[in-house]
Design a binder for this molecule. Structure first.
Ligand code: PMP
Length: 286
């Protein structure tokens, strides 16, 4: 069975889905996106992703597609059509396809492009990696200054991921002015003396939907949370570290730049937060 994708109002087999070569997402990375996870056939934190999507559009003065009010229905339809039990729904909106390439934004006659597709990930919540944790290296953060907007400009994060792979690690944490900003596609945390430390929200990082939920659950469980900058040196001396994202949930980090954290196992805090996050999110999945 071919995967069914959604393009501008139509559900099509992926081979038949088309976007113009003049699409501004393709030519200028003039697009925003969201990734929502699916567990047991249900969407995790859909409302949070939808709110952030609208914010990204607002920040870029990008018109919303006509189907903006039908996004939940479209997500659900794709999950059903593709028989996704566990996996992801990827959504992208671009500023559409004018008749020619031009740096200036097109007028209101050009409609935004809306594309959604699913990714099947059986056993997403029980990933064996969570039992052993991941290794990260540090790389310089040379991205633009509006990382709070979830744009499709992902070349540098891709390069960071490749630098990590080349170094025998799983991911990279990015460093700006000596402080960790975030991972290539996740938010970064360290744990010191049971205190969870993560960079505060600003234009320097993406405002992770998983981050918001995890910090809320941590506080509800009486865990101490400190939102402040931390250095990579501090990370190397931490008791534990972890990352959060919609597709990884809470994933322990066991090594930073080749330095083993604690006893090299995921520790206590990250696995506990992962469990709480999964339990609580499943309760409100739709
Ligand atoms: N930071 C960056 C740079 C990301 O790309 C992502 C995931 N898209 C995140 C953080 C985590 O965000 P979320 O929890 O909403 O998936």
């Amino acid at each position: 069975m071919s995967r069914i994708v959604y393009v501008n109002g139509e559900y099509l087999p992926e081979e038949e889905a088309k976007v113009s070569v003049f699409d501004r997402g393709f030519l200028f990375a003039d697009g925003v996106y969201e990734v929502t996870s699916v567990l047991g056939g249900k969407l995790i934190d859909f409302e949070g992703h939808k709110i952030r999507l609208q914010r990204s559009l607002n920040e870029l003065d990008m018109p919303a597609p006509e189907a903006m009010d039908d996004l939940l229905e479209i997500h659900r339809e794709l999950v059903t059509k593709n028989e996704i039990e566990d996996g992801l729904v990827y959504l992208q909106i671009t500023r559409g396809a004018p008749s020619d390439r031009d740096f200036a934004f097109p007028g209101p006659d050009v409609k935004p492009t809306l594309v959604l597709f699913t990714q099947n990930k059986p056993g997403l919540a029980t990933a064996p990696l969570a039992k052993v944790g991941i290794k990260v290296i540090s790389v310089e953060d040379i991205r633009w200054g509006r990382r709070d907007i979830k744009t499709v400009q992902l070349l540098y994060p891709s390069m960071g991921k490749m630098m990590a792979k080349k170094a025998g690690a799983d991911d990279a944490w990015m460093i700006e002015d000596g402080f960790v900003t975030e991972g290539t596609s996740n938010n970064a945390y360290i744990v010191k003396g049971n205190k969870i430390i993560t960079r505060a929200l600003s234009n320097d990082i993406l405002h992770g939907i998983t981050r918001a939920a995890v910090l809320r659950f941590a506080r509800e469980a009486q865990m101490e949370v400190e939102e402040r900058n931390f250095t990579i040196e501090e990370a190397k001396e931490a008791d534990e570290a972890f990352i959060t994202s919609a597709s990884m949930f809470v994933m322990p980090v066991v090594s930073v730049d080749g330095v083993t954290l604690g006893d090299g196992t995921p520790g206590n805090v990250a696995p506990r937060l992962r469990e709480i996050y999964l339990d609580e999110s499943l309760k409100t999945a739709i």
